[in-house]
Design a protein around this ligand. Structure first.
Ligand code: GLY
Length: 437
């Protein structure tokens, strides 16, 4: 079977590895903007092209007689890559544009949650004008400010150290309004977690919960990034969660998929098919929805894909054919810690075209992200460069494996030592205890 992967980041390297592990021995092809050496090594052939060039993607898929495709990032989904591949007779994992809108239009997503009465939606309003937006900020008093469109996870700012007071929230809103609509919503207080699921239109197969770390520096300080690293525990919940928290989050995801079917079924024929990513914040009153994404998280994909015990290609086919209810998706009960090495100066002033040399990474797995290969050497592009993942019976052992591996990756890079450490996890547990008491 010929499979096409769209995307060239760390997340897609993990997807490529999952596909290549299949007992069906698929031939893998890829479309990526830059040559990711990890993905290239797993492919028969690849096309270096912008991942939003839908016509070129379809042309390439036809030329390589592709039967099934996995769309990794959000940008090609927003450009209609899934729709065009389905039209060309390819089975696709990745929602059609009418469903992917849940990620690329934050105003649509909130209005949709409200329309269908989906739990976990904050008080919010969508604005195109400064005056009413400023008045709403005053009224709520503690807000999150979100540009409605795609920003690579870096556009949302919340009150606290990012927006120290109401005046800062208003000023940021005014800046964003020059580019498009802005969603202002009530700020939730709690611990963030990610719940991802395979979705076949109606049925969901949930991955273990993951916690990502958005801030660039240790102690959750510094600017927002795409995510500096993440961990799972050896089971489906995280150490600061209760079993009922994950059940509530699963219900929100299930209700969302059902509502997406109702909303788009006529247009899409099948509803939402792909990976649904729920970004939750666990508050004293249970999980609330920060946002939905229409794809795997990055880095979260690298934690959970290696845990899948069921054949990845069979799961892809079940997603595309609407038969997930007939295929139990199993995961190994291991804890994982993923850490990104990023270029010096990331994210505001990152060093580009700087060589990275990978030494002995021991038992860790390595995923190439925003790097490119030239004459056998690997260079940074300015974004997150290389991720390593430790996997073990406990978070502490997984963290040690990841940490040791990172010490043997040389280059002008930095990473967060604190992700997955006992101290940081205890801080999360204490925070939730305090909120619940
Ligand atoms: N790690 C955050 C995201 O993928 O959106």
């Amino acid at each position: 079977m010929n499979i096409l992967l769209i995307g060239g980041g760390g997340r897609e390297h993990a997807i490529a590895e999952g596909i290549k592990k299949s007992k069906h021995n698929p031939s893998l092809y890829a479309v990526m903007a830059k040559k990711n050496p990890g993905i290239a090594a797993l492919c028969e052939d690849f096309l270096l092209e912008k991942e939003t060039e839908v016509e070129k993607i379809v042309e390439y898929a036809k030329a390589r007689k592709v039967e099934m495709a996995f769309v990794g990032p959000e940008a090609p989904l927003a450009a209609g890559a899934a729709d065009a591949l389905w039209e060309a007779g390819v089975l696709v994992v990745g929602p059609k544009k009418a469903c992917a809108v849940i990620e690329f239009d934050k105003a649509w997503a909130r209005n949709f949650m409200k329309k269908y009465g989906i739990e976990g939606c904050p008080a919010y309003e969508v604005f195109t004008e400064e005056g009413p937006a400023h008045a709403f900020i005053e009224k709520l008093g503690d807000v999150a400010v979100k540009p409605s469109g795609l920003t690579g996870g870096k556009g949302v700012k919340v009150m606290g150290d990012q927006l120290p007071d109401l005046e800062a929230a208003k000023a940021y809103t005014s800046e964003l309004l020059e580019k498009g609509p802005v969603v202002i919503e009530e700020r939730f207080i709690g611990e963030e977690f990610t719940l991802q699921a395979f979705v076949d239109g109606k049925n969901l197969a949930y991955f273990p919960a993951v916690q990502d770390h958005k801030r660039a520096y240790e102690g959750d300080l510094g600017p927002n990034t795409g995510g500096m690293g993440s961990y799972t525990d050896a089971g489906e919940i995280l150490p600061f969660m209760l079993p009922e928290d994950i059940e509530k989050a699963k219900k929100i995801m299930q209700d969302t998929v059902r509502a997406l079917y109702e909303e788009t079924g006529k247009e899409t024929g099948s509803g939402y098919q792909g990976i649904l990513y729920g970004q939750f914040i666990l508050t004293a009153n249970g999980p609330k929805v920060v946002e939905f994404n229409a794809r795997f998280g990055d880095p979260e994909a690298m934690n959970v894909i290696p845990l899948i015990e069921t054949d990845f290609v069979e799961v892809m086919a079940a997603v595309a054919n609407g038969t997930l209810d007939k295929l139990p998706v199993r995961f190994s009960r291991k804890a994982t810690v993923c850490k990104y090495a990023v270029p010096a100066g990331y994210p505001d002033n990152p060093e580009k075209d700087s060589e990275v040399v990978v030494g002995d990474i021991g038992k860790a797995s390595l995923y190439y992200a925003s790097v490119y290969e030239k004459e056998g050497k690997v260079y940074t592009t300015g974004s997150r460069a290389i991720a390593v993942v430790g996997s073990a019976d406990t978070i502490a052992s997984a963290e040690e494996i990841a940490q040791r591996a990172l010490e043997n990756i040389k280059g002008n890079l930095f990473f967060r030592k604190d992700i997955g450490t006992a101290d940081l996890i205890q801080k999360r547990i204490d925070h939730m205890k305090e909120l619940r008491s």
